[in-house]
Design a protein. Structure first.
Lengths: 372, 372
């Protein structure tokens, strides 16, 4: 397999590393933009390159329902399908499926999850083996185990049940992926990451980290974070759990992506993040200033502001356009507003992560300096 | 003034020329994409460059209402405002205002037009002098006289009244622009084009062309075309009227832009066109095939079509993406679908116009070959 991780430098618990994949190098810590339906919303992939992106996440749940993994496989996999030839990561689909559990639209058994397709109202069933098969067909460089992610407010018993199921499913995912490898499918270049669950309960996180680490995987993720629990619980769980993961493997904190989240997670020893937030808030007119504070472009104070979204930002939007112009575009409902704000917000978080990487390499990463 | 037109070559009535402006050269015949609210819908200006665009039209009516010409003037004019430093053309606002007349929302007198702002329901009044003042503030390279464009179904009397008013207003526009020039405003680099009216009535068109041509202008336009009249009337009026315009000045057919329209108009001696159609139909999923036929990307037959939108097309979309991928993006309501289809459609019409130019230069422009 062409996948490899090298830990280059540690500064306290923070790490700088390099992930090698068939589709190129990823320098960590890394922020991964999300191409939910195999496109970054309001951007093309060249614009994403300009933002400094190194790897993109796409969602198995959405692609399975539309256009279907079969079509993407027929096209030659995600890279050929999108014409984006840098690394891809796909999630397992579990998170989106279990989000429907709260709406009573999903039934989970040890076999897998039955859920209702939002698009056509049809019932679907996905097992851990199905998720791996679908991800094999999609052809991302990194694929994720099918885990059971309970609600942030779940009880100890519910959380333990989901964790135990996640462990059993992890083994089944490893086996399914192994089977695909033996069948000489394109799976040979795919690294299967396993996921730790356990909610906000330290003993369960400890048990889950131990059980998952035993299954020798090319990378590990912390799941079930930022699903409704408190800020303090998130920080404690991430800090506590990260230390329990193998040091020589990349560590991925799923669905995390504010400036504060990123800084704290890197300080805890996390290497990878993803979040739809920067592009989602952009479509609602929000952008980061030079300190990472969210501002709303529609605000009247930007009406005659001919300066860039953020001073010193080198992104496409800031080097060409003023707050006044982008405010006008947003008010006039021009698509270009969403494009420019998305480019800016992605560039901000990617640049933040790259700056942190440099600080780690130079032994001067101070989380408080970023959060102050 | 830095504006100049050179007629380089004639082949039958078709012409190849060059317009020089302060912001660069425009080779004619030319298709002008429309940036209604100072942005091309779903595109940025670099993407527009990639489509081969040489000059962009923006709408005075929309910009006057939002964000207001004062703000754009404050930014330094349209070029600074948008960071697009190629030539701009602004229309007079008249067409959009008079479109509201049909809805009973517009009152026209010899003084000007009173209309209701769709955005805030407020009454506005614009005179010919106002339109020129607004366009002086916007700062486009080419500005248009404020004309009275009647409905395509207007009677002879109504059409004559609108034509007479257009002639009187043309003189007032010339005077207002002259006044601005004497006041040493940025108007000095702006060429004011005058507009011929007269509807579908040959004698009125003849009278209007004579009256307007007498006012020595840097360019002339044919207005009141494609506003509800028949295909035959359009063709006859354009063919008839174009010949009556001064040969040494650029000729602009307003609001025209299908392949058929362009080919016929060039054959009649027209140099400039604009139309929102290629980007508007793109947002509804329509694109041109290699013959200029409109196809709908959502069509099931494109589901597994991994070929480009049009064979041999060199546009950004066709050199990277398949019909199957773009179909998926369109069905998934991804903004990128509108962007890719807009790029393709604009490139198609711009490339068509450039091919025609080459044919004229090489004495081999045959309209029937394009229309066959």
């Amino acid at each position: 397999m062409s996948f490899n991780f090298e830990l280059i430098k540690k500064h306290n618990k923070a790490r700088a590393g390099e992930i090698r994949t068939k589709h190129g190098l990823v320098r960590t810590p890394v922020f991964m933009p999300v191409a939910t339906q195999s496109a970054i919303k309001a951007l093309n992939f060249d614009q994403l390159d300009d933002c400094g992106a190194q790897i993109v996440l796409s969602n198995t749940y959405h692609l399975h329902l539309r256009p279907g993994e079969k079509l993407i496989h027929q096209a030659g996999g995600l890279h050929q399908w999108t014409s984006y030839h840098k690394p891809f990561l796909t999630d397992s689909g579990g998170f989106q499926i279990f989000s429907q559990a709260r709406l009573g639209k999903c039934k989970i058994t040890d076999q897998g999850a039955e859920f209702i397709d939002n698009l056509d109202g049809q019932k679907h069933f996905i097992s851990p083996e199905d998720s791996i098969r679908i991800q094999n067909q999609l052809g991302a460089d990194i694929i994720m185990a099918f885990d059971h992610c309970p609600d942030g407010g779940a009880s100890y018993e519910e959380t333990k049940e989901a964790m135990d199921r996640t462990h059993a499913w992890a083994e089944r995912c490893v086996q399914a992926h192994q089977q695909a490898l033996e069948n000489k499918t394109r799976a040979e270049d795919q690294a299967l990451f396993l996921i730790v669950q356990g909610g906000i309960f330290d003993d369960l996180r400890k048990e889950s980290a131990a059980a998952i680490s035993k299954l020798d995987a090319p990378g590990y993720a912390i799941g079930g974070v930022s699903v409704g629990e408190s800020r303090e619980d998130i920080d404690r769980v991430v800090d506590f759990t990260t230390e329990l993961l193998p040091e020589d493997k990349p560590r991925y904190l799923m669905g995390i992506g504010t400036k504060e989240d990123i800084v704290k997670a890197v300080a805890a020893g996390i290497d990878m993040f993803d979040c739809v937030m920067p592009t989602r808030i952009a479509r609602h007119g929000a952008f980061f200033d030079e300190n990472g504070q969210r501002l709303l472009i529609k605000n009247a104070r930007f009406k005659e502001d001919f300066g860039p979204l953020a001073p010193n930002c080198k992104c496409y939007a800031c080097t060409r356009h003023s707050r006044a112009y982008i405010r006008h575009l947003f008010r006039a409902q021009e698509i270009l507003a969403a494009t420019l704000l998305s480019i800016h917000n992605l560039t901000y978080l990617i640049q933040l992560t790259e700056n942190i990487r440099t600080e780690i390499l130079e032994n001067r990463f101070d989380p408080n300096k970023h959060l102050g």
